[in-house]
Design a protein around this ligand. Sequence first.
Ligand SMILES: Nc1ncnc2c1ncn2[C@@H]1O[C@H](COP(=O)(O)OP(=O)(O)OP(=O)(O)O)[C@@H](O)[C@H]1O
Ligand SMILES: [Mg+2]
Length: 355
Amino acid sequence: MAQVKLSAVRKAYGAVIAVHGVDLVIDDGELVVFLGPSGCGKSTTLRMIAGLETITSGTLHIGDRDVTALEPKDRNIAMVFQNYALYPHKTIRENLAFGLRMHKMDRAEIEKRVGEASSVLGLNELLDRKPRQLSGGQMQRVALGRALVREPEVFLLDEPLSNLDAKLRVKMREEIARLQKQVGTSMVYVTHDQVEAMTLADRIVIMKDGHVQQVGAPLEVYDRPANLFVAGFIGSPEMNLVEGRVVQGRFEAGEFSIDLPKGMTAEENSAISLGIRPEHIEIDDTASDIAFTADIIEQLGAQTLCAGTAQGVRLRVMTTRRDDVHRGSGFSLRFPANRLHFFNTETGNRISTEH
Ligand SMILES: Nc1ncnc2c1ncn2[C@@H]1O[C@H](COP(=O)(O)OP(=O)(O)OP(=O)(O)O)[C@@H](O)[C@H]1O
Ligand SMILES: [Mg+2]
């Protein structure tokens, strides 16, 4: 087990800069998720850690060792790919043992490790089958098992659940989280699914266009997104974001207007954006704060998502009310001050609202 340290790690493919320089320390035993939209550089960063891509500049340490220039096999990492890459003609037992045999490991030790991994992953009944005789979830577990038997210092997983159906994804997600805590090996996990990131990660690294946008625990990035991109990316349904201006200590967007928090400093007439999550807007029949008319109602079961207009601004509001919420329903909205986020519209950066 080991710490992984990236220092100004950069990747250029000719003129294309895929990763602009990542500084990150993944602590021993930590589960870090790289999250971001397609093409943001998640896989490239992971593959540089694995040694499958060269590092254009910067350094990579695993434990005390500078592994920047080492071959993948000398880095003591194990990678799980999206397509599993199992050997179709070998049994599950042979699939699990194959890498160890290639390393000329002692037969008894191989048996011990395969036995342990298959117990942890619930594969004991399947050891004599071939991959085609397994379900997607079972194959996924074998792929994990093959990484596990290596007893690496770091696990690297690139979208390992994307081939599975929604229900199985949730189950495997739980298994991966449990397994990682049980064996205590550092893990880097790549996904573009923010729910997966929120539920799995000790810390999330959010990337866009090859730049790290924010690093933080799931609730830190949810509560205090560092910029407009993170604000829009984390959370489902998305945060409401409204562009407006500072006018006499208030936020104004056309007819829509709301007091700015006391501690906030923003220049008169500067372009700022208000953010509030659908689940943080309160619906009230009596208060006469902001009149809202719903025009789209989505019943989600436990909650109702209402889309509509308030003083000319489109908003989505999540409520636990349901039977009295209809198309055309009018409500008053309250925006709790401690739930408001403000961003500089030009730079996208969060504006501090603390005193
Ligand atoms: N071999 C290559 N040559 C040139 N450009 C590349 C190469 N590999 C990747 N890129 C570019 O680098 C950028 C980052 O790619 P990467 O595969 O890391 O994205 P990603 O975040 O994993 O996306 P996805 O979610 O689609 O897998 C992309 O713009 C991609 O087109
Ligand atoms: Mg990728």
